[in-house]
Design a protein around this ligand. Structure first.
Ligand code: NAD
Length: 322
């Protein structure tokens, strides 16, 4: 199946806008739906006047604003969400409304308009504190420790059920930490901001030993399209892939990389302990490394390691204003 026309929710955001670039360069007609809560026009301005591109500024919670855009599209890439895991512990309603109700609306709009092919941006946080590391897709039990993770898992199950009931074909992608240009949140940006304000001292959330896997955005987009091509070539109802790296990096290692890149010396680390076991915030998964054997078995592997991805992202973000 060759994609001719697709909807990308959250297409003005970090990952979504890179998918837009990639599909536009392949001649696909793209409709972006975004409310610009964290996305930006800057990310998609290169496409605004093109005939094959349409932008609908709308909120997925209110579907009469955009439901008709789903007519005659081949696939929906659902990437809109509030991705700030930390908000869960303070205001869980945000994630329920922005990440679960919106997904239900996207599925219903697809059912009504008979859109069958779906790509859903899920997350490594569905595994919670997994006892098996690296964690494979069939790890059980799935016990998310943040509301962000639990609503993403709920959304995954909605995709699975819609696939079984209504003939949807759903590709569920569980992303590790994706980093690179256009990202607006996460530990790298947090540290750069803090060190610009105070180059002598860096506040680290948690005990700094949190260790996670990072994937550069180009690798993430490549893995997304590679797994989609594979999925299209099968006749499976749904498929789940981990999208991540083979190694991981600790928070202190990230701090060291940024400090070196900024040319700073003798920076004092001040640890802010939120939980007795040294997490950065309530609901922070301390150790995350996805098993990507399944993705490798269909012929994909990352070009950059976690550490290389962090170094490259730091270089690219250093001259940006936040
Ligand atoms: P992002 O914040 O840059 O992009 C999300 C986009 O969705 C933004 O453009 C935002 O304006 C839009 N949006 C949010 N709520 C909306 C609503 N109600 N209606 C319409 N648009 C809305 O985030 P991202 O990092 O690009 O993440 C993209 C997707 O990937 C999200 O679903 C996120 O949960 C998932 N994900 C991201 C990562 C990561 O490391 N970046 C890791 C795992 C999963």
């Amino acid at each position: 199946m060759k994609l001719k026309k697709v909807v990308i929710t959250g297409g003005a955001g970090f990952i979504g806008s890179h998918i837009v670039d990639s599909l536009m360069s392949r001649g696909v007609e793209v409709i972006v739906i975004d409310n610009f809560s964290s996305g930006s026009l800057e990310n998609i301005k290169q496409h605004i006047n093109k005939k094959s591109f349409k932008l609908i500024k709308a909120d997925l919670k209110y579907w009469d604003q955009w439901v008709n855009a789903f007519k005659d599209v081949d696939a929906v890439f659902h990437y809109a969400a509030n991705p700030e895991v930390r908000i869960s512990s303070i205001n869980p309603r945000v994630h329920f409304e922005e990440n679960l109700i919106t997904t239900f609306n996207v599925l219903e709009a697809s059912r009504i308009n008979d859109v069958k092919l779906h790509i859903f941006a899920s997350t490594s946080t569905v595994y919670g504190d997994a006892e098996r590391i690296p964690t494979p897709e069939n790890y059980y039990p799935l016990e998310p420790i943040s509301v962000y993770g639990s609503v993403k898992l709920g959304a995954e199950y909605l995709y699975i059920t819609y696939s079984k009931l209504y003939g949807f074909r759903s590709l569920i992608l569980r992303y590790a930490n994706i980093i690179g240009p256009r990202s607006t949140h996460g530990v790298i940006i947090d540290f750069i901001k803090k060190l610009r304000r105070n180059p002598q001292e860096l506040e680290i959330l948690g005990d700094g030993t949190q260790r996670k896997s990072y994937l550069y955005i180009e690798d993430a987009i490549d893995a997304t399209l590679h797994s989609l091509n594979y999925f299209i070539s099968t006749n499976k109802e749904y498929e789940i892939f981990n999208i991540g790296n083979e190694d991981w990096v600790s928070v202190v290692e990230i701090a060291n990389i940024i400090i070196e890149a900024l040319g700073l010396r003798n920076v004092k680390y001040k640890y802010k302990l939120v939980t007795p076991d040294g997490r950065g915030w309530l609901g922070d998964v301390k150790l995350m490394l996805l098993d990507i054997s399944k993705l490798k078995s269909i012929g994909w592997k990352p070009k950059l390691s976690s550490k290389e991805a962090v170094r490259k992202t730091v270089r690219e973000l250093l001259d940006k204003k936040f």
